[in-house]
Design a protein around this ligand. Structure first.
Ligand SMILES: CC(C)(COP(=O)(O)OP(=O)(O)OC[C@H]1O[C@@H](n2cnc3c(N)ncnc32)[C@H](O)[C@@H]1OP(=O)(O)O)[C@@H](O)C(=O)NCCC(=O)NCCS
Length: 143
């Protein structure tokens, strides 16, 4: 398994993973914009030339990073791929003190995933998603 920065030719596969595994509707154009905005924070995991996961993180301040999306192909889960993507993202931004994200309150696997990586729930946000769903805001202070 290899982790590297996303390339234009990966974008359609990333979009398909997002459509399949993330519950918000994102436009293809958004992925291109995020790539342009945060090239070091948009990473893919590849196995046998196939994209099996991706993560998108953007800097939101001098020392803070927000994870916008993370997904791993369901056939490849519980093998450390999500963890490897998160670690590489952190590695690419050594100046970051705080990483945070939002996840649906019923997304047990994501909540467990982030807890395992030292994130804590700091807030509950009502009406966060377009369907009115609630989110937990989770954060990790690195140093
Ligand atoms: C969350 C997600 C990215 C995790 O990816 P992954 O490659 O399976 O993660 P890892 O293999 O690195 O898992 C690390 C840890 O996360 C936790 N975890 C992952 N999946 C879990 C599950 N289904 N139930 C409970 N804990 C889980 C475990 O603590 C796991 O460690 P363990 O396998 O040693 O017990 C993946 O489940 C996913 O793509 N979910 C759908 C999209 C999504 O919800 N994204 C997050 C939106 S914020």
């Amino acid at each position: 398994m290899e982790i590297r920065k996303v390339r234009f030719e990966d974008m359609q596969h990333v979009y398909e993973l997002a459509e399949k595994y993330l519950r918000e509707d994102y436009t293809f154009d958004l992925f291109l914009k995020l790539w342009n905005f945060s090239p070091d924070g948009f990473l893919v995991a590849i196995e046998k030339e196939k994209i099996i996961g991706f993560i998108i993180g953007v800097k939101t301040g001098i020392d803070s990073l927000r994870i916008l999306m993370l997904a791993v192909d369901e056939k490849c889960r519980r093998k450390g791929i999500g963890s490897a993507l998160l670690k590489r993202l952190q590695f690419n931004f050594p100046e970051i003190r705080k990483i945070y994200l939002e996840t649906r309150v019923d997304n047990i696997e994501a909540i467990q995933f982030y807890k395992k990586h030292g994130f804590k729930i700091v807030e509950r946000a009502r009406d966060f998603y377009t369907d009115g769903g609630e989110a937990y805001i989770m954060e990790k202070i690195l140093f």
